[in-house]
Design a protein around this ligand. Structure first.
Ligand code: COA
Length: 150
């Protein structure tokens, strides 16, 4: 598997990005402003993440997704650790990520990669998404914000 930066003229893997975020308009907005990285295996895109600078010296992983057939094999962890390395190499001091209160596996993954919970954006998913989202039998209501010093 090879991870590389997607050049601006290359087509974004929208189907993959939508696995992590149901809003196409929100995805299009941060893809235009950020940097998209893809994981390729056998000429197929099997993973993606997007880095978006948010504040001075701070960058956020705004999307990370692995194709369903390849999930649970350690690729998500490789992508998050790659994002951390890229952010550090680019001179950022803090990397952030946010996920839903119902995203139990994602909360585990990010903490295993060294992120700490720093705040909760209450009602984020109610305010910003028109459809109700459920995962693990829990309604996704609040955004859990996590951060890691680089
Ligand atoms: N409890 C405890 N640990 C869990 C867990 C759970 N419910 N679910 C996952 N994990 C752990 C795994 O055990 C693994 O840790 P380990 O390496 O110490 O065993 C780690 O989380 C990551 O596993 P990995 O195989 O690398 O994850 P993945 O390749 O399936 O990728 C996602 C993770 C989230 C990127 C992937 O499932 C995905 O694309 N999901 C849909 C999109 C999405 O939700 N993106 C994130 C939006 S915030």
């Amino acid at each position: 598997m090879e991870i590389k930066k997607l050049e601006k003229h290359e087509k974004v893997p929208m189907e993959l990005l939508l696995l992590a975020d149901p809003s196409k308009s929100i995805v299009e907005d941060y893809v235009a402003k950020g940097e998209c990285f893809i994981a390729e295996s056998k000429e197929q895109i099997i993973g993606v993440y997007v880095l978006l600078p948010t504040r001075p010296k701070t960058v956020e992983i705004v999307n990370v997704a692995v194709a369903e057939a390849h999930q649970g094999k350690g690729i998500g962890k490789i992508l998050v650790n790659d994002a951390i390395l890229v952010a550090k190499t680019q001179g950022y001091k803090t990397i952030e990520i946010g996920t839903g209160n119902s995203s139990i596996g994602q909360l585990a993954l990010y903490q295993k990669c060294g992120f700490r919970i720093v705040s909760v954006d209450h009602n984020y998913f109610i305010k910003h998404y028109s459809e109700e989202i459920y995962e693990n039998g829990i309604q996704c209501i609040d955004m859990i914000r996590l951060s890691k010093e680089l």
